[in-house]
Design a binder for this molecule. Structure first.
Ligand code: MD3
Ligand code: FE
Length: 204
């Protein structure tokens, strides 16, 4: 994969977080999941479950269900409680890489078991599309795929490893993307395997 082939506005920062920084983020995620448990999101209309489990941090969280579909809301769909705050370490990471004058409003936490994947999709449930999405990978390596603005556009694949950060700004913000597979036993950051992806977002 040649970095010159990446979409305009996609900034790939391999190894941005060192091992201690990765470990402390994992601990913060553990603490958050203890009060805002991972849940299994389902597709709108059909109710088909996804394979990635999710929770959120921050004033707004991305949720989906059969009846009401994809949306952002202030409360956890199972507990009904407000989402936990976005930790300071993630707010300062955003400040360092996002080049955006306001803080993130949502941090979506995706947990991939080693057999989970995420189909090709666009992130367009946010009103503020001028703000980038910042993605942080922890745990096992994944094969990530990014295409263009149309589903049929050609795609490029690259691996995201623990500690990598990707900033999706500019034209890349609306590119189709997905996670084709997780490579088991490629990291020791998560004791029981799998992969965590954190995405920091502006919503409105
Ligand atoms: C490219 N997550 O949560 S992160 C998602 O690894 C999502 O869990 C994947 O796609 C994951 O919506 C990919 C990298 C990413 C995030 C947002 C993007 C890539 C993106 C938005 C536009 C283009
Ligand atoms: Fe996405």
């Amino acid at each position: 994969m040649n970095v010159a082939d990446l979409p305009e506005g996609l900034k790939y920062l391999p190894g941005y977080l060192d091992r201690p920084a990765q470990e402390s983020l994992v601990e913060l995620v553990r603490q958050a999941v203890a009060v805002a448990p991972l849940y299994l999101p389902v597709m709108p209309v059909t109710g088909t479950p996804m394979s990635v489990r999710m929770t959120n941090l921050g004033p707004l969280g991305w949720v989906t269900d059969k009846e009401r579909g994809y949306r952002y809301q202030a409360t956890h769909p199972v507990t009904g409680n407000l989402w936990p705050a976005i930790p300071e370490a993630l707010l300062s990471l955003w400040d360092a890489v996002a080049n955006y004058p306001a803080p993130p409003q949502a941090c979506l936490v995706n947990f991939y078991a080693d057999d989970a994947r995420m189909g090709l999709h666009q992130d367009k449930d946010e009103t503020d599309l001028a703000a980038p999405v910042v993605s942080i990978s922890l745990g096992n390596t994944c094969l990530f795929r990014v295409g263009g603005l149309e589903r049929r556009d050609p795609t490029r694949s690259f691996k995201l490893t623990s500690g990598d950060v990707v900033v999706l700004g500019g034209a890349s913000r609306l590119c189709f993307h997905g996670v084709d597979r997780i490579y088991p036993n490629t990291s020791t950051v998560l004791k029981n395997g799998g992969r965590i992806n954190l995405t920091l977002r502006r919503v409105d």
